[in-house]
Design a protein around this ligand. Structure first.
Ligand code: SF4
Length: 316
């Protein structure tokens, strides 16, 4: 087992929205190991982006701890924080909005380098050229109009420019044409393996998450519902929400079409006013009184397979 790179314990985050407390993360705990890809899935608004950004300190946490190589990130001094920022980067959802159209491609990629490294102009240019080749582009792209896939490759090169260990990939393929999503994901897999990177891969594309991830966490209304190895969770989901979510994935292995789709009733509740007890209780077909009274803990029901459901044994 690889070393633990990041450990999240009982992470909570809330915002004030028009004077009302809106809790975005509820008691989220998980670890990420060196060289691992942890996928994070769930419906829009479930807190997966907030979770990724809170890990990097972009958003503040309200309670809980984030340990990076065993050290609490909120206790880092100025120098340690600068190093933390260099080693931990982000690839954004929308490659169009995250690239400044007034900047050249070279200067976009160099931004992080200039902050974190002391390099001569020749060394910086050399590194830009190396990074462009690494992401499948050539230096002459600087003068071209870029497609969405090429822009995302620039976004990836920019993230790699500070020689990071860990990258939060926040819906990196959501804004791309379906035809090039797989190319970008395969590039990210190649880079991860070649450079020994660790990813938190946030996406609503369940098939791509399965393709790239070693383990997968499922979030619902700011809390982790289930967490396990990708093969285990996709083959045998234990939480009623995961079962419903994954039932929408076309199953090519079954002759004649997909498995039976589980359709959830009702809308995802507002994070301002979540249901008491289990957050899924207002939509769960198996909800009982206990579910509405007590919040289920995330517990290891089977080896390496964690689930937050009071009735998981009965329902598995
Ligand atoms: Fe459904 Fe109850 Fe399990 Fe929540 S704890 S997922 S409401 S059965």
């Amino acid at each position: 087992m690889a070393e633990t790179l990041l450990e999240v314990r009982h992470l909570n985050a809330f915002y004030r929205n028009r004077g009302r407390r809106q809790q975005i993360l509820h008691d989220v705990s998980f670890t990420i190991h060196e060289g691992e890809v942890l996928g994070l899935v769930g419906e829009s608004g479930c807190g997966k982006t907030t979770c990724g950004r809170t890990l990097l300190g972009v958003y503040p946490k309200t309670a809980g701890s984030i340990l990076y190589e065993g050290q609490e990130t909120s206790g880092l001094n100025k120098q340690q924080r600068k190093l933390f920022k260099r080693r931990n980067q982000m690839i954004f959802q929308d490659p169009y909005s995250c690239l400044d159209p007034r900047m050249t491609i070279g200067s976009i990629i160099q931004e992080g380098m200039n902050v974190h490294f002391t390099l001569s102009p020749e060394q910086r240019n050399q590194k830009v050229v190396e990074l462009l080749y690494k992401v499948g582009l050539t230096p002459d792209f600087a003068s071209h109009e870029l497609s969405g896939g090429q822009r995302q490759r620039i976004g990836i090169a920019r993230a790699l420019a500070t020689d990071p260990d860990f990258i939060v990939c926040d819906e990196p393929i959501a804004a791309l044409d379906v035809s090039i999503q797989a190319q970008v994901v395969n590039l990210m897999i190649d880079l991860q393996q070649e450079m020994g990177l660790t990813y938190l891969f946030i996406s609503h594309d369940l098939s791509m998450v399965r393709h790239i991830s070693d383990r997968v966490g499922v979030m619902y209304l700011g809390a982790l519902a289930e967490l396990s190895d990708a093969s285990l969770i996709y083959e045998k989901p234990l939480h009623p929400y995961t079962k419903a979510l994954f039932s929408a994935i076309p199953d090519a292995s079954r002759r004649g079409g997909s498995k039976e789709r589980v359709r959830l009733q009702g809308e995802i509740p507002s994070p301002i006013d979540p249901p008491p007890g289990c957050k899924f209780s207002s939509r769960c077909p198996y909800a009982q009184e206990l579910c509405r009274q007590q919040t289920p803990e995330l517990r290891e029901l089977e080896p390496r397979h964690f689930v937050a459901c009071h009735l998981a044994e009965k329902l598995s």
